[in-house]
Design a protein around this ligand. Sequence first.
Ligand code: BGC
Length: 729
Amino acid sequence: MKDQYKERIEQLLSKMTLEEKVGQLKQCGPSLVGAFEVSFEELLDMMFDGKISHDEFERLMSTATQDYHEEELRSGRIGSYNGISDAKTANRLQKLAVEETRLGIPLLFGYDVIHGFETVTPIPLAESCAWEPKLWEKTARMAAEEATAGGVHMTFAPMVDVAKDARWGRISEGAGEDPLLNACYGAAKVRGFQGDDLTKPDAMIACVKHFAGYGAAESGKDYNRVDMSMQRLWEEYLPGYQACIKAGARAVMPAFNDINGTPCTANHWLLKDILRKKWGFGGVTVSDANAIAELTEHGIAEDLAEAAKKALLAGTEIDMTSNVYAEYLPELIQSKNVKEDVLDEAVFHVLHLKFEAGLFEHPYRTDEVCKQHTLLGKEYRETAREAAAKSMVLLKNTGILPLKKEMKLGIFGSLAADRAEMTGAWSIKAEPGNCISIIDACKTRRISYEYHPGTFADSADKKAIDEIAKQSDVLLVAVGEQKNESGEAASRADITLPLEQLRLVNELQATGRPVIAVLFNGRPLALQPLEEKASAILEAWHPGTEAGNAVMDILYGDINPSGKLTTTFPYTSGQCPIYYAHMNTGRPGGKSKFTSKYLDTPLEPLYPFGYGLSYTEYTYSDLTVQVQKDGFRVSVQVKNTGSRDGDEIIQCYVRDINAQRARPVKELKAFEKRTITAGQTIIQEFIIPYQTLGYYDQEMNYIIEPGTFKFYVGGNVKNVLECEAEYQN
Ligand code: BGC
């Protein structure tokens, strides 16, 4: 097919100086000048590290003078920005680019719109627990509508890094441990962000990240090495990114980590051989922040000039904030150390994307978006509330939930009143004041309650807590993590609840009143001590703007909980990484001594993958599998045996029981969320194409072997019906 932009781009390229070309690869953030002489990224870091509060961050952002490097911009030496999210600034800078640079090439504005913009939806890990691609797409569309009104053209999302280790803080940013779920989630996000036409003013380019395998960081420590077999990389880690490319994502971010010794930023095999040649990707690659410069730290570049050369030759195009290309590429090219063609190819991709996004025709698009959409509007809030409730997972319920209106609540824990903490990691644009806490929701619902933050500063606290507990029918305790305890650079070796929180739970339980725990956190936690004490546990994650309302919707039964875990919850931190799709070993864990297990911890997780309770119950029966021309037809009956209507997430897993290479004990192959009314029985059918049952052999050939496959269908990975069928080639 003819490339409609090729000619115009080539004409433009022929007019560009070396500096202007390199400029197109330069992405910078505004630097703050004044009292705080740090970059936007450093300031963000300080907020995430808890060195400054969110309020302080906002204050500095609004008062400090921002240096947008306008002189460089005017001379055509900046092609894009990261970190600008207000239309006024974006349009002002765009005007400089379009009207005052020699060639008038428009700028591209990127921003981390990870789970919402002004209206914040649940963190991705939470939202994945809704198992609902339509919802994932809808919230991405909403984020795009809001962010484009703020001048943003590209989001650095979705993150589809399969994450099997709860210690890794960034597990919060993706769809959990399963490749299929990450692929479905990522593709839905790309569709939602980009919409059906990139030239529309509210379309937002998706930059898929972090390519590749970032979620497999050794020991769950952020940025750490990734060392894995090619088979595993292809079977478990690459499908998510590939699904996003197939869905049309126009940008890709190479990951910080190395894979088997080669940092992704300088990984030709990954960025050229797989991404461009094998998958046919024609968009742009954008380095992770400062990642090109960091090639020296990896120890694969002697100096920054070599880092620039290696990254560009490998296929990293836009340099996010390290400034290494701008400093070293002109000289590298002039001295013929790097061929200009390589630079031209990268610039071609950048200009192409700018054309595709319609930026040459409509460089200022924010007014149009604003006319169509109201930021933080009623509809957006409703969607955020729906998404939050659908993301929550009921982990335990002895029968105390749903609550009755007349019950008096004792509410404890600072997270119950803290609006800012509700938005979770990567919600930089969120205004804490716009969030609804549990306490806010209680007020709106006119619930009779008393609140204590649950800290034990002195004996008066204990007395007050006991007093409130005595006067209450049920005790609601909000525990978990602050938002800066998950996300980037927030790995934890110990993922149990802090002692202070456990003490609070113990004290409350000792009063004899039923304790309901609401968890706000960004990763799976080791919850055994809580599980022993609480009568009910609701995993609310970091739910976003409508947090409190959604929690109350579930606790009072206005909404029947339906979320199911997309990540395994261990008993103890020491079980990490723990995930359902493991191999069996030659000695599967059991009672006898010489089997694969721990001496001091159960073999099983505390809550398995796919798990989540409802206020009704479902019974599975009549599982059958038929061999059809192009796939297995799996059929199962599911009956709602309770007295409430509900949404059940039906999961289908497969095991290849005899293969050339050992295969996982179960792999998710299909899922469907179905509404089942009280007493109703539904039939759910899945077609599992044979093509999806293969794996990579020793020589990296994808093979689908004839033989017996086991099928498991149920409401979580553990409680399943099973049957077998033969695949004959
Ligand atoms: C993160 C990316 C993010 C980038 C830009 C980096 O530190 O790893 O995920 O998109 O910053 O803000």
